[in-house]
Design a protein around this ligand. Structure first.
Ligand code: NAI
Length: 319
């Protein structure tokens, strides 16, 4: 198979001074992209800043013959990161929103400050650079955006209520950017990584840690950002050299009223609970229209029942 290249493409990776972001930046650069290595260079809890992290990765890329420039802004200053790309390379093709921090606390102990900071860095810190790049991508009818979710967001995780909420929020962000961007050839997907980094060094057991190289995830992200990849609005999980697609399922459900004039009450909900929650015939729905379509079908089936019974009654009457 021909090598998948990014020659002529300009790629921004946020939080690229370490961990996953570093490996993404190296992967893109090794395949010909011009890369903006953004990193604020603070601690894993989001304190402080330093130019060292971004500079180190830019040096690494240049030593390997690649092209890269550093940006030291916080992701909250998305426009400034976009400006660095435009000033140095004149265009933007890919934005990988990857920067992240942790403020883990059990739910009752989360302070407003920790809640707000986590939401700022992860959610707003993805919204800002992606939104600043969007009009440029629209003008050139091409763009690829990645946001970074987490299994903590998809499934919850003890001590990470703030982080989980923000990370699932990013799935919603990706799905809506995907809908709005599709007609301009702007695709957006959410990556769910599991990798050894400073964010996971005290969570993962050492023997597992060494098998979770971020380098295993970088090619998945790079493929999602390649012009040949048509994936859009998806949640792609990757780690340990494995990758798969995640989705939200809906059960077949149960109709809780038997006629148009019937009401729903708590007892009917209880009676139908096993059917409401039975996932054995669950489906993945492709859009909000498909989801609401099922509700419309329920109304139609009740209306049809009502019409049939009217017809039957009138038949009986006329006869
Ligand atoms: P990391 O701590 O090694 O790298 C994150 C980078 O983001 C750091 O270099 C940091 O300086 C930078 N950063 C933090 N706040 C910033 C800001 N406001 N502006 C610019 N840069 C900022 O962490 P890792 O593991 O590489 O995480 C990358 C992303 O992947 C994060 O969004 C994280 O939540 C997510 N993730 C990681 C998982 C893992 O297993 N490592 C699991 C699930 C999600």
């Amino acid at each position: 198979m021909a090598e998948l290249r990014f020659d002529g493409r300009v790629v921004i990776v946020t939080g690229a001074g370490a961990g996953l972001g570093r490996t993404y930046a190296l992967e893109f650069a090794s395949r010909g992209a011009k890369v903006v290595v953004n990193d604020l260079g603070g601690t894993r809890h989001g304190d402080g800043s330093s130019s060292n992290a971004a500079d180190g990765v830019v040096d690494e890329i240049r030593q390997k013959g690649g092209i890269a420039v550093a940006n030291y802004n916080s992701v909250l200053d998305g426009e400034k990161i976009i400006k660095t790309a435009l000033d140095n390379f004149g265009r933007i093709d890919v934005v990988v929103c990857n920067a992240g921090i942790l403020r883990d606390r059990s739910f009752p102990r989360i302070s407003d400050q920790d809640w707000d900071l986590i939401h700022s860095v992860h959610l707003k810190g993805s919204f800002k650079p992606a939104q600043a790049a969007f009009p440029l991508m629209k003008k050139q009818s091409y763009g690829r955006i990645i946001v970074t979710s987490s299994n903590a967001g998809l499934y919850g995780n003890f001590g990470q209520a703030n982080y989980s909420a923000a990370k699932l929020g990013l799935v919603g962000l990706a799905k809506t950017i995907a809908i709005e961007g599709a007609k301009y050839n702007i695709f957006c997907n959410a990556i769910v990584p599991t990798a050894a980094s400073r964010l996971t060094e005290d969570i993962l057991p050492p023997d597992v840690f060494k098998e979770l190289k971020p380098e295993f995830i970088a090619p998945v992200v790079a493929y999602l950002c390649h012009e040949s990849c048509q994936e859009n609005g998806s949640i792609i999980e990757a780690g340990a050299g494995w990758a798969g697609k995640c989705a939200i399922l809906r059960s077949n459900g149960a109709l809780l009223r038997s006629s148009m004039t019937d009401n729903v009450n708590v007892e009917k909900v209880k009676d139908n609970w096993s059917q409401i929650t039975d996932l054995s015939k669950a489906r993945v729905l492709g859009s909000i229209q498909e989801a609401t379509g099922v509700l419309m079908e329920s109304i139609e089936s009740l209306q049809n029942d009502a019409n049939t019974s009217d017809l039957n009654n009138s038949d009986v009457f006329e006869y």
